[in-house]
Design a binder for this molecule. Structure first.
Ligand SMILES: Cc1cc2nc3c(=O)[nH]c(=O)nc-3n(C[C@H](O)[C@H](O)[C@H](O)COP(=O)(O)O)c2cc1C
Length: 319
């Protein structure tokens, strides 16, 4: 209920979502359990990429993964998280065997889990992979600053929406962004039907000057069911922002135009959008992004940047 202090009632609105849907008090839903498996698997995977690997690390965590997998697979079958966990433990065993530290107990338990899953894990689908400096240097051999400087918030588009394949490609590229513990908590609702896009845009105030131009719309959300610490209470916004910016750059990389459309709204507006789209209560709405094909010529704001000195504090003395 809204009270006499709207800031407090809006903060409570966010608090209640986090309290109800994160698993600060222990995980029960499939998404909670999926997130727990991913947090543990991420730990095991990460351990193989340190400069000095502590051989035999993480045994308790592996035991925990394998016992959680048992119940998870019985209830939900084999999904991408099960496959990643099994592949990572397979990779862990190969890593240790190659260093004369076989782990027979883990190997025996893994074998059982693999039999239950009826899935053949691939060591290269989890664990550590070697990359070379040369590969990276070759991949970044382009003018990144020019790429950034030619990205603008574009507020005029042709009348052709992005097709489904392009939308899929842009979202798949955005998925490559960094994210907390590889939990991949973001969801994207994408629309390219003009009537639906125009309807949804009425929920957002920042598109009034160019609404009729917009034929493709992304709505980005973050699932609070993947969060398990009090300290992670803002992680959804952080992961959501990182994903959204990567998506915006992915639009640009396709030679298309896009514009963030803020979801800086109060709870009534948020509830109205959720009801219209069917966004579950467990997801935070992060932002809208419009997208479209570029016209041959168009104007964008110059949007001059502040001097770097105003932004960067390089080696400030500690107090
Ligand atoms: C989170 C976020 C929300 C934004 N919301 C809107 C909006 O509602 N309407 C709009 O026209 N532009 C919006 N923008 C675009 C900004 O105005 C724009 O990024 C900024 O002025 C810098 O310009 P540039 O993107 O062309 O570099 C938003 C940008 C961000 C990052």
């Amino acid at each position: 209920m809204r009270d006499s202090n709207p800031l407090a009632s809006n903060a409570r609105y966010d608090y209640e979502r986090y309290a109800k849907h994160s698993f600060v008090d222990g995980g029960t839903t499939r998404e909670h359990r999926r997130a727990i498996l991913r947090i543990l698997t991420h730990y095991i995977e990460g351990g193989m990429s340190f400069p000095d690997v502590r051989l035999g690390y993480g045994q308790e965590k592996i035991t925990s993964i394998l016992s959680k997998l048992d119940g998870y697979m019985s209830e939900f079958g084999v999904d991408e998280t099960v496959e990643w966990a099994l592949s990572t433990i397979t990779s862990y065993l190969e890593f240790h065997a190659a260093r004369d530290m076989p782990q027979p107990e883990i190997a025996a338990r893994l074998e059982k889990a693999i039999a239950q899953a009826a899935y053949t894990p691939k060591a290269q689908a989890g664990g550590a992979e070697e990359v070379t400096k040369a590969q990276i240097e070759e991949a970044v051999d382009f003018d990144y600053r020019r790429f950034l400087l030619t990205r603008h918030s574009v507020r005029q588009y042709t009348d052709e929406p992005l097709d489904d394949a392009t939308i899929r490609k842009i979202v798949a590229n955005a998925q490559e962004c960094s994210n907390v513990c590889n939990r991949q908590t973001i969801k994207v609702y994408a629309f390219n039907d003009y009537g639906t896009v125009q309807d949804l845009l009425t929920y957002q105030a920042g598109n009034a000057g160019f609404r009729p131009e917009i034929r493709t719309l992304f709505i980005i959300t973050a699932n609070m069911e993947h969060m398990n610490l009090i300290g992670e209470r803002y992680q959804g916004w952080i992961d959501g922002g990182i994903f959204a910016q990567t998506l915006a750059l992915s639009i640009h990389a396709e030679g298309l135009g896009g514009c963030f459309l803020n979801w800086s709204v109060e709870m009534e507006q948020d509830m109205a959008l959720r009801a219209r789209v069917g966004i579950p209560e467990s997801e935070l709405v992060i932002t809208f992004i419009s997208a479209g094909h570029l016209k041959d010529r168009f104007n964008v704001p110059v949007s001059a940047r502040k001097p770097v000195e105003q932004v960067l504090s390089l080696n400030p003395p500690l107090v």
